[in-house]
Structure formats: structure tokens, C-alpha cells
Design a protein around this ligand. Structure first.
Ligand code: COA
Length: 248
């Protein structure tokens, strides 16, 4: 396990997974994706774990993919991100997200694959794929219009503007907006409640809830990934990454 992903059993049956790269606003570099994949797999394999909680350290969920990795990417540069999306979207145990601060890019799209999500009042969401010369990922081009409606999805995915937690709740990305700093304790409460329920029944219900979309989600993640890989090395995207990195 890398130091950029921390795991702890916070309550019986509850595994908390914390993205821990605060100096980069918890941006996901390859090692962090690897740590997340390993942490989810470990939770899935451990019979004593009944629910996972996903959160970010230091009052920030995640600023999304590390832009330095994007800038250095070859056509297959997003492979480990796709592996992470496959892992989280096919997990059998319930996943509860706790969002404070920034949830950018994949920081927002991964919420589409969590069963429950709670956001602190000052959380800020953004899907800046087009702004960066990229395209939607994580199955969001299918799931977001489905849950938020096509106009709302176009607004969020095409304009790429930041939006507040109330809008995230309206779009169906989070269950509820809670007081600032309270998202984790509420997520842990819900995870404890899930962990106390009959695990086979919980897993069966999760499977049934996801079944109707499972094939199209997998197909969409793969299709988006092909386009995303091509966009990463495009002049539009490389100029956007250079502009972000130059401001630093
Ligand atoms: N990739 C790489 N580095 C990142 C990063 C990312 N996604 N997000 C933040 N960082 C780095 C910054 O470069 C900065 O580094 P520095 O201290 O060496 O200058 C540090 O983390 C702090 O970020 P900063 O921008 O100063 O913090 P902020 O609180 O003012 O803004 C964000 C936070 C998340 C709004 C802003 O950093 C941002 O827009 N990041 C990019 C998000 C993004 O486009 N992700 C990809 C989505 S597809």
C-alpha cells in the first residue's frame, strides 16, 4: 500500500480508504490509483469488511487525475485510471463516499459508482473535461444524463464549470449536503448501518440495483477510454495541461 492511500478499519466491518496527497489537493497519480485499486480489492477480499468508505485527506476529496501525468501521457496514459474505474464500478460491497473540498474530474465521476455519497456544504464539484481538451470518462456520458437529465448533464459535462454541493445533490451525484466537515462522520454512520445488515442481502441488492446498467457502463467506460486516450495526446489537451502547469 502506498502512503498516498491510507486504509483503516474505523468500525467493525467498515474499511475507510483515504486519498492522502494533500500537497497536490489529493490529485491521483499512478501510484495513488494503484493504492486505491489495492485497497478496494483488499476490502472486497476480506470477509470481515462489509462496507467501504472513500474519502480524501485534509478537507479535500480529490482534484482529479494528476495533470503532470496527463501531460506526460502516451496514448495509453490513462490505463491505470481505467483499471480503477473498472474496480470501483464492479465492486460487490457497498461504497460510501465522503466529499469535502474539491471533487474534480474523476473525483466527481467516481461518485457515480459509489452507492451513497455525502458532501460538506463547502464542497465544490467540477467536470472540466472539455475545458482541458478531453472528453467524459468513467461512464459519465451514460450515467450522468440518466440520473440528472440530458440538459443538466450537457451543462455539467460540456461547460465544465464548478458547481456547489446543492447542485450535485439535485443532479443525483450525492445523497445529501451536510454541514462542512461532517461528511465523513455521516458516511461512517451509514457504512456502520450497512455493515450491520445481512451482508449477502446487501450484496444481492447492490447487484440488482446495478444489473440493468452494468453492461452499458462497462462498454461506455471502454469507449470513453479510447477517445480519452486519443484526446490526451491532442494539441488541444496538451496546451491546456501546459497552461495549468505553467501557472504553478
Ligand atoms: N494535478 C496535479 N497537480 C495538482 C492538481 C492536479 N489535478 N490539482 C492541484 N495540483 C497542485 C497544484 O499544481 C499546486 O501545486 P504547487 O503547490 O506546486 O503550486 C497544488 O496542488 C495546490 O493546488 P492549487 O491550485 O494551488 O490549490 P487551489 O486550492 O487554489 O485550487 C483546485 C484547487 C483543485 C481547484 C485546482 O488545483 C485545480 O483546478 N486543479 C486541477 C483540477 C483538474 O483539472 N483536474 C483534472 C480533471 S480531468
Amino acid at each position: 500500500m502506498t502512503a498516498t492511500v491510507l486504509t483503516q478499519t474505523t468500525a467493525p466491518g467498515v474499511l475507510q480508504i483515504t486519498i492522502n496527497r494533500p500537497d497536490r489537493r489529493n490529485a491521483l497519480d499512478r501510484a495513488t490509483y494503484g493504492g486505491l485499486i489495492a485497497a478496494i480489492a483488499a476490502g472486497e477480499a476480506d470477509e470481515s469488511v462489509r462496507a467501504l468508505v472513500l474519502t480524501g485527506a485534509a478537507g479535500c476529496f480529490t482534484s482529479g487525475n494528476d495533470i503532470k501525468d496527463f501531460a506526460a501521457a502516451s496514448g495509453d496514459g490513462a490505463r491505470i485510471a481505467i483499471d480503477f474505474l473498472t474496480t470501483i464500478s464492479t465492486a460487490k460491497k457497498p461504497i460510501v463516499a465522503a466529499v469535502e473540498g474539491f471533487a474534480v474530474g474523476i473525483g466527481t465521476t467516481m461518485l457515480l459508482h459509489c452507492d451513497l455519497a455525502f458532501a460538506g456544504r463547502s464542497a465544490s464539484f467540477r467536470l472540466p473535461f472539455v475545458t482541458l481538451g478531453l472528453c467524459p470518462e468513467g461512464g459519465s456520458s451514460h450515467l450522468l444524463p440518466m440520473i440528472a437529465g440530458s440538459k443538466r448533464a450537457a451543462e455539467l459535462l460540456m461547460l465544465g464549470e464548478a458547481f456547489p454541493p446543492e447542485a450535485a445533490a439535485e443532479a443525483g451525484l450525492v445523497n445529501a449536503v451536510v454541514a462542512e466537515g461532517e461528511a465523513l462522520s455521516i458516511a461512517l454512520d451509514k457504512a456502520r448501518a450497512l455493515a450491520a445488515l445481512p451482508p449477502q442481502s446487501v450484496a444481492l441488492t447492490k447487484m440488482l440495483l446495478k444489473r440493468g446498467n452494468a453492461a452499458v457502463v462497462a462498454e461506455t467506460i471502454a469507449l470513453e477510454a479510447r477517445h480519452f486516450g486519443e484526446r490526451l495526446v491532442s494539441a488541444e489537451a496538451q496546451a491546456a495541461f501546459a497552461a495549468f502547469l505553467m501557472k504553478r
